[in-house]
Design a protein around this ligand. Structure first.
Ligand SMILES: Cc1cc2nc3c(=O)[nH]c(=O)nc-3n(C[C@H](O)[C@H](O)[C@H](O)COP(=O)(O)O)c2cc1C
Length: 144
């Protein structure tokens, strides 16, 4: 069974709302979802999942500290054990969105395999972008 880890950080709720939509999409594709904020997620979560969604807000053109904290803590304990594990990223921003590059760069350091283009959301996710986030979750569920 697909087990999708959704690890994200959110200061004021926009990214959490995006993460919830990704989770709904993964569940609708019959995956088990592990839904965690970056500060509570553990390296073992990354080892245990079949695919991972990395979500953040844009913080000065870099990922937010909560996701960075998880990725820093997870790097050595998962090194060379998550090669080619499917991942996709989502980001909320205030009009910039450059932080997506930092997530993709770190995912590359983990040697994760990007299975979909990232979903970028300006502000709170609404309308079509909710559908895009759900589709991202469904792709991760199918990427086993
Ligand atoms: C400390 C801080 C720095 C930010 N820097 C940027 C930025 O460089 N570019 C941008 O587009 N938005 C920036 N924003 C806006 C947030 O990325 C945006 O409001 C986001 O949707 C917030 O997500 P959240 O509700 O999950 O916290 C920043 C917000 C904060 C709090």
């Amino acid at each position: 069974m697909a087990k999708v880890l959704i690890v994200y950080c959110s200061m004021s709720g926009n990214t959490k709302a995006a993460a919830i939509a990704v989770a709904e999409g993964a569940r609708s594709a019959k995956a088990q979802v592990i839904f965690k904020e970056g500060i509570e997620a553990q390296p073992q979560d990354l080892l245990d999942c079949t695919a991972v969604a990395l979500g953040s807000y844009d913080a000065f053109s870099y990922m937010g500290g909560g996701l960075k904290d998880f990725l820093d803590r997870a790097f050595y304990p998962t090194q060379n054990q998550v090669t080619d594990k499917p991942y996709a990223a989502f980001l909320t921003h205030g009009g910039g969105g450059k932080a997506i590059g930092s997530i993709e760069s770190v995912a590359n350091s983990f040697k994760l395999k990007k299975i979909a283009e990232p979903v970028l959301v300006k502000g709170k996710p609404e309308g079509q972008v909710i559908a895009d986030l759900k589709a991202l979750g469904a792709k991760l569920a199918a990427a086993v």
